[in-house]
Design a protein around this ligand. Structure first.
Ligand SMILES: C[S@@+](CC[C@H](N)C(=O)[O-])C[C@H]1O[C@@H](n2cnc3c(N)ncnc32)[C@H](O)[C@@H]1O
Length: 328
């Protein structure tokens, strides 16, 4: 999770409000590595409450936090599924082993309006469709599966958070939602501003869908069908000088910044298009993306898979362009 914590440090540094007034809660702190890095390297908070239930982890957490008390670290032992003494925080972090579902309600209740909620899910196989029954039970959603499964998982998690936000009278605004290795993580804000005219949570069905080809099955979701990124938020992210993986982080940030300009649902891949069209070899990725841009569509590579790209072009145009590019 080192690179993931590097991202968290970049997020903490990118906040524009006054540090002294910021209050954060890392609900599931373990030994405190993520929260304390956000506090110290990210200059993230005036106060950061780090909570943990396990006594052994707590002892290490307390030792690790000692030197950062003057920077605002405060350690508590508690069960994070219950709110801490009616306190509210403008940053809440849910970073469990497995599903974040048991913690979402307490996290949403503890978050101020416009606050930032960070949620990790390491039960990616469930969200990505390897165990449909578990996904239905845990998230109330039918998962996509196959190559689109991980992005489907991000969208199921966002839909789940959007529903929890709605129960608290607020609406969800994703700032950054990504797949990284074997987990997902979303940074979202909850706001009381007017809802979007079209509900961003819905189902995807093969019959009426004109985007990337869906796997077998009839209807998937509910999924978040709005954007995964807030371009302004993502543009503010830079590589902090202290991070463990500056090159990997820089590569991810570049990709997200481009991808944020193409807020479409799901992605294409050259080999998948070639398979569907029976082309003898896949079109070149760079040439295909450029050809779509030359035709007036937005298109960018996606971080989700090495050869994935998003585009505003309808599937018929993507496929005719792919045919033309493959023939050259
Ligand atoms: C994945 S670890 C957290 C990692 C940490 N955020 C980091 O990046 O270093 C999850 C932690 O949640 C703790 N935990 C699990 N259930 C809890 C609960 N109900 N309340 C508080 N802590 C809990 C576990 O003991 C474990 O240490």
């Amino acid at each position: 999770m080192e690179l993931d914590r590097d991202i968290a440090v970049a997020v903490a540094r990118a906040r524009t409000d006054d540090r002294a007034t910021r209050r954060g809660w890392e609900m599931l702190s373990a030994t405190g590595v993520r929260g304390l890095r956000m506090l110290h390297e990210g200059a993230g908070f005036g106060l950061l409450v780090l909570s943990e239930r396990d006594r052994r982890a707590l002892r290490v957490l307390e030792a690790n936090a000692t030197s950062l008390r003057s920077e605002g670290a405060a350690v508590v032992r508690c069960d994070a599924r219950r709110p801490i003494a009616r306190r509210q925080f403008d940053y809440v972090d849910v970073d469990p082993f497995g599903s974040p579902a048991p913690f979402v309600e307490a996290a949403v209740a503890a978050l101020t309006d416009e606050g930032l909620l960070a949620v990790t899910a390491t039960d990616l196989p469930v969200l990505a469709g390897a165990n449909r029954a578990a996904c239905e039970r845990r998230y109330g959603a039918v998962p996509l599966h196959g190559r689109l499964g991980p992005e489907g998982g991000v969208r199921i998690l966002l839909a789940y958070l959007a529903t929890a936000a709605r129960r608290s009278g607020r609406r969800l605004v994703p700032r950054l939602a990504y797949v990284l290795g074997h987990h997902l993580r979303c940074y979202v804000s909850l706001t009381r501003t007017d809802p979007e005219p079209k509900d961003p949570v819905g189902a995807l069905g093969r019959s009426e869908w004109e985007g990337p080809r869906l796997p077998s099955g009839t209807t998937f979701g509910p999924l978040w069908l709005g954007p995964l990124f807030d371009p302004e938020f993502v543009d503010r992210l830079t590589v902090p000088p202290t991070v463990a993986h500056p090159r990997e982080l820089d590569r991810l940030l570049q990709r997200w910044k481009a991808e944020a300009r193409v807020p479409t649902v799901l992605f294409y891949e050259p080999n998948e298009i070639a398979g569907a069209l029976g082309l003898p070899s896949p079109p070149g990725l760079t040439r295909l993306v450029r050809a779509l841009q030359d035709a007036g569509y937005t298109a960018a590579r996606s971080h989700v898979r090495p050869s994935a790209f998003r585009t505003t072009a309808p599937r018929s145009v993507v496929e005719s362009t792919a045919r033309a590019v493959a023939q050259v």
